[in-house]
Design a protein around this ligand. Structure first.
Ligand SMILES: C[S@@+](CC[C@H](N)C(=O)[O-])C[C@H]1O[C@@H](n2cnc3c(N)ncnc32)[C@H](O)[C@@H]1O
Length: 276
């Protein structure tokens, strides 16, 4: 992609009809069809999904998601001819009722509707988007990036392969696909109604969060107990109390968590509310 960017910059000639974005996130370099297929497979696209491709080029990712998996969605792109071409393809492929392409700056696009975000953009752009993703996307939204990672985020899946067709694009055969799941916000102190088998008194759960990494402790019956095996995947949280039996699992819904505590084959409910 770097090589393609250099030649694109040398031949830099913005068409009058193209949009001047906040930042040019990279030249038009289409993802090979096999990479598109893998990106959609790793994202586990289905007919209920709404996919947004940031910098949609000829529209291939959104079009394939609609055609093969029945998904809906849109693409945003600064180059007028590419937007036109993608919308024409949607029409000829009978997909215009499910997908559309807009001449729009990806940095200014409302992405809150997405259940899947896809992108093949320059590495610095991918990282400039991290705050936008955290602020606008719902927990559980999948983000698939071709070649470049969101630094600091733990990928749900990470695949590396060699593709001959990438030599012309990036000078090497190496191809990477990263899948991330947007985490819920859990940082803070929570008042917890424990299952009676654990405690009859409310406890406090103190969680620290660094994007996808969560750690913390609980104050239960006057005792501080560290948490272990803490996993946050989208809006699903699970953890254990260090040195004690059983596992807590729960679903985060804004300022509340509802879940189950499972120990020795028996299950009981627990809940938590974020302290104001
Ligand atoms: C590497 S291509 C990827 C095309 C397509 N997503 C794919 O994977 O086949 C990146 C695209 O992003 C577009 N682009 C660059 N900066 C943009 C911006 N700020 N807003 C919207 N599109 C942008 C480029 O014109 C280019 O078509």
């Amino acid at each position: 992609m770097m090589r393609a960017l250099l030649s694109a910059l040398l031949a830099f000639n913005v068409q009058a009809a193209d949009l001047e974005p906040v930042k040019n996130a990279g030249p038009y370099v289409p993802s090979p069809e096999s990479v598109v297929a893998d990106m959609l497979r790793y994202a586990d696209v289905n007919a209920k999904d709404f996919l947004i491709d940031l910098g949609s080029g000829d529209g291939r990712i959104v079009l394939t998601a609609a055609k093969v998996f029945g998904a809906r969605g849109f693409g945003v792109e600064i180059k007028e001819d590419l937007v036109k071409r993608a919308n024409e393809s949607a029409k000829t492929q009978g997909l215009a009722d499910r997908v559309k392409f807009m001449k729009q700056d990806l940095f200014k696009t409302d992405i809150s509707q997405a259940s899947i975000i896809t992108m093949y953009l320059l590495p610095d752009t991918v990282n400039l988007l991290k705050d936008k993703f955290k602020n606008e996307l719902k927990p559980g939204t999948r983000i698939v990036s071709h070649d470049y990672p969101l630094t600091g985020w733990i990928p749900e899946r990470y695949v590396q392969m060699d593709l001959e067709e990438k030599v012309a694009i990036s000078g090497v055969t190496t191809t990477l696909i990263y899948l991330y799941i947007v985490p819920a916000k859990v940082e803070g102190n929570w008042t917890v109604q424990m299952p009676p088998a654990v405690s009859r008194a409310p406890a406090t759960l103190s969680l620290r969060q660094n994007i996808t990494r969560v750690s913390g402790s609980a104050k239960i019956d006057g005792q501080d107990v560290p948490l272990e095996d803490v996993v946050l995947r989208g809006d699903k949280l699970s953890f254990r109390f260090a040195g004690r039996k059983g596992e807590f699992t729960g679903q985060v819904r804004g300022n509340a968590i509802e879940g189950m505590f499972e120990s020795g084959g028996s299950k009981s409910a627990w809940s938590a509310a974020l302290k104001g």
